[in-house]
Design a protein around this ligand. Structure first.
Ligand code: COS
Length: 380
């Protein structure tokens, strides 16, 4: 049975998050973008309204939203300001390995940390020499008694400068490549140091930093799963979270379409509004079709995850398609607004800059295509 309508509860969730995004995110988006202000106040409010940490199960005090509900939330955040949306959703990315692969004691301790009070978390996988090639990571975690000692450095860590909890991927057996990687829950107070923050083209309300681990001692009980399981934890997490990234991209694209339509309805050229002119009508038609198609792929990936059906291929398709169409739709929106589109007086140039990152983070478009191609090749 296939349905394309949301339940009453899901509609209510969408309305509640849209109101939050309109009132608390949109008015600050331009200023935070211009100044590169980290959106801590918006995140705190999202936490208080149970919009942040949305996938923490109810038994640990979280909202316990499904993947589809998370996608609904993230689309709204993306439509208001994806820099802020990324900051909020990066908590979910960091907590996902604990939710998906952690043991009861880890969940009880660290998920409750995040439901009892406002705290920020970060996912530490990428390194300077290990971006797309995640298994080439050089950070090591060597066992000493009942502790692991972590040494190495990560980069582009979203929320890194403000987090007090990190999920860190490090090798416990460097000679084994991806099968030597393990995942750890690391508290900031264990000795994590924050390095340089990135000065970025877009999503400037978010924070990405280098992280340094110099003899950081972590209790052995903080390993997620078992030794050598870390690469699967990372990949399994990204399979789940990529639908959320896709939803953010849908949000950016939808907003660009809305801005373009609003402008084209009032902008008169050659004696008629732009929406009456075929060159612009065709652009708007393509933009609207792409937004709908990307949302359907996104909801499909989320639905599969909610039904515990493997969705590596579908979440990669959703992330890849939605990221690409966000770039295309925002670029067309700038074109429709013309000189005004290129001006910071209008929001579409920010949407275009924010969209670019959707083609890069949580696995580049090239990596998504690689994942899709591998899955397609397996099919008989
Ligand atoms: N779920 C579970 N296990 C997975 C998996 C998945 N989605 N994908 C791979 N694995 C497993 C494989 O099955 C293999 O284990 P076995 O040997 O026991 O079968 C192991 O992980 C290594 O897999 P593989 O040989 O495919 O690894 P590669 O080095 O070829 O890399 C890609 C695979 C490119 C897909 C991976 O490095 C990747 O996703 N890179 C992008 C990383 C990324 O998204 N970075 C963004 C940072 S997060 S902000």
């Amino acid at each position: 049975m296939i349905g394309f309508t949301l339940s009453e509860e899901q509609e209510a969730l969408r309305a509640r998050v849209r109101e939050f995004a309109e009132k608390e995110m949109k008015p600050k988006a331009r200023e935070y973008d211009e100044n590169g202000t980290y959106c801590m106040d918006v995140m705190r409010s999202a936490f208080e309204q149970k919009i942040m940490n949305d996938s923490i199960p109810k038994i640990y005090g979280g909202p316990g939203h499904s993947n589809l509900e998370s996608a609904i939330i993230t689309e709204e955040l993306g439509a208001a300001c994806m820099g802020m949306g990324t900051s909020i959703m990066a908590n979910s990315l960091a907590l996902a390995p604990i939710i998906l692969f952690g043991n009861d004691a880890q969940k009880e301790k660290y998920l409750r940390w995040h439901t009892r009070e406002f705290r920020i978390a970060a996912f530490c996988l990428t390194e300077r020499e290990a971006g797309s090639d995640a298994s080439a990571a050089k950070t090591v975690a060597l066992r000493e008694g009942d502790e692991y000692v972590i040494n190495g450095a990560k980069c582009f860590t979203t929320n890194g400068g403000y987090a007090d909890l990190f999920v860190v991927f490090a090798s416990t057996a460097p000679s084994k490549g991806p099968l030597g990687m393990s995942a750890f829950i690391v508290e900031k107070s264990m000795g994590v140091e924050v390095g340089k923050a990135e000065n970025k083209m877009g999503q400037r309300a978010s924070n990405q930093t280098e992280m340094h681990f110099k003899n950081v001692r972590v209790p052995a009980e903080n390993i997620i799963g078992r030794e050598g399981h870390g690469f699967k934890v990372a990949m399994g997490t990204l399979d789940r979270t990529r639908a959320g990234t896709a939803a953010g991209a849908v949000g950016i694209a939808r907003r660009a379409l809305e801005e373009a339509v609003a402008y084209a309805n009032t902008r008169i050229q050659f004696g008629a509004p732009l929406t009456k002119q075929q060159a612009i009508q065709f652009k708007l038609a393509d933009m609207a079709t792409k937004v709908e198609a990307a949302r359907l792929l996104t909801w499909q990936a989320a639905w599969l995850a909610d039904n515990n059906i493997r969705q590596s291929k579908e979440s990669a398709m959703a992330k890849c398609f939605a990221g690409d169409i966000a770039m295309q739709v925002t670029t067309e929106a700038v074109q429709i607004l013309g000189g005004n589109g290129y001006s910071k007086e209008y929001p579409v140039e920010k949407l275009m800059r924010d969209a670019k990152l959707m083609q890069i983070y949580e696995g580049t478009q090239e990596i998504q295509r690689l994942v899709i191609a591998r899955e397609v090749a397996k099919a008989r």
